[in-house]
Design a protein around this ligand. Structure first.
Ligand code: FAD
Length: 359
């Protein structure tokens, strides 16, 4: 029976462990420094919105990963209320002046009138010019999902436990050390590395191409009529504007920032004010037209997206005599690519175990 240790209990580690635990014969242990319920700058997953707004280009692996994730998120939204995911009508606004900015380029597929996902996400439509808000030159709408991460991460952990996984806390200095932490007491056959941004510091990995893309957010009690995002803001290239109401009382997330290379863990008050002003200007319904003072703040937060220029690393390699399968570097797409990348990691685990069986 292959013994597998998954390092990481964010959305990447838990999803990968869940898919592994569904395979007969795999004995899975999850080890991590941070667990669902924790809020820490080294643990990105709780801070995410999180929604499904594809940003991948159609010719990339990332597109396949997002495409392969949608059916499961949609199934959970439809049939599994305890997962904390719900469908939301989504409005994507585009300004021509953002075409050549960093944010505009990042969101170019999302804001396109002809994106690859127009046949994947339900109800895709182009908003007629007559119905556009004054801020936008064009817009699309579709149905997507919003995930309440405070419910979804524990849900994933509970599904792993139900399938027989063991979960424990540990801080690793080197990825190969994880092979000694399997709950059976035996050496693990494969270690799966889902350490997110910390892959840049973990011994045996030290991938310096993983850097933070800092995201500051405000969580409010106010409700939004739909999810909303726009191609850019007038507050600089590192500031973005999006609004999404989480399922089941999770509050509404107002974002945000996308600050590459910035490790600052504390929310900046002036940035927070700009985030709130932009949100209320774009969506006055948030406060019934009463302005920014009528926002009821639950908390301010900062999360560091694990950005990797080359994209998510789904690869296998031998490190210090231990087979390691990597699944890290999801940037701003850890939820919307979660099942796709986890499937990729599981395929690699299957390959390694197959190889070992033949030795
Ligand atoms: P993490 O959640 O950081 O988990 C890493 C795990 O590894 C933790 O358990 C940690 O303790 C463990 N670990 C690390 N190092 C060690 C070590 N040395 N020893 C032991 N354990 C270790 N994505 C979307 O898809 N949709 C969105 O709408 C969205 N919105 C976002 C908004 C914001 C503001 C932010 C910050 C992110 C957003 N994201 C979104 C991105 C998403 O949150 C990330 O891509 C995702 O959370 C990354 O998850 P992960 O499991 O790879 O890493």
């Amino acid at each position: 029976m292959p013994n597998i240790v998954v390092v990481g209990a964010g959305v990447s580690g838990l999803t990968t462990a869940l898919l592994l635990s569904k395979k007969p014969g795999y004995n899975v242990t999850i080890v991590a420094k941070h667990m669902p319920g924790d809020y820490d700058i080294e643990y990105t997953s709780p801070w995410a919105g999180a929604n499904f707004l594809p940003s991948s280009m159609s010719n990339k692996d990332a597109c396949k990963w997002e495409k392969n994730t949608w059916p499961e998120l949609a199934r959970l939204a439809k049939d599994v209320p305890e997962a904390g995911i719900h469908f939301q009508d989504t409005l994507v606004l585009n300004r021509q002046k953002d075409a050549n900015t960093a944010t505009g380029q990042w969101l170019s597929e999302l804001t396109s009138p002809d994106p690859w996902f127009k046949h994947t996400l339900p109800d895709f439509r182009i908003i007629p010019t007559s119905a556009l808000p004054p801020t936008a030159d064009s817009a699309t709408a579709f149905t997507s999902v919003c995930i309440n991460t405070a419910l979804y991460l524990p849900y994933l952990a509970s599904q792993c436990l139900r399938n027989g996984c063991t979960i424990s806390r540990s801080i690793l200095a080197h990825i190969a050390d994880a092979s000694l932490l399997h709950s059976s007491g035996k050496r693990a056959d494969v270690v799966v590395n889902c350490t997110g941004l910390q892959a840049s510091k973990l011994g045996g990995v030290i991938d310096k191409s993983v850097i933070p893309a800092r995201g500051q957010i405000v969580v409010v009690r106010n409700e939004a009529p739909h999810m909303l995002t726009i191609s850019g803001t007038d507050d600089g290239d590192e500031e973005v504007c999006y609004i999404m109401q989480r399922a089941a009382g999770g509050g509404t997330i107002l974002g945000g920032t996308y600050q590459k290379g910035n490790w600052e863990s504390q929310p900046d008050p002036t940035t927070a004010l700009r985030i709130m002003k932009r949100a209320v200007e774009l969506c006055p319904e948030l406060t019934g037209g009463k302005g920014v003072e009528a926002l009821s703040v639950v908390r301010h937060g900062v999360g560091l997206r694990p950005y990797r220029e080359e994209g998510v690393r789904v690869e296998k390699e031998m490190v210090g005599g231990v087979w390691v399968v990597h699944n890290y570097g999801h940037g701003g797409s850890g939820y919307q690519a979660s099942y796709g990348t986890a499937e990729g990691a599981v395929e690699l685990v299957d390959e390694v175990v197959g190889v070992k069986a033949k030795l």
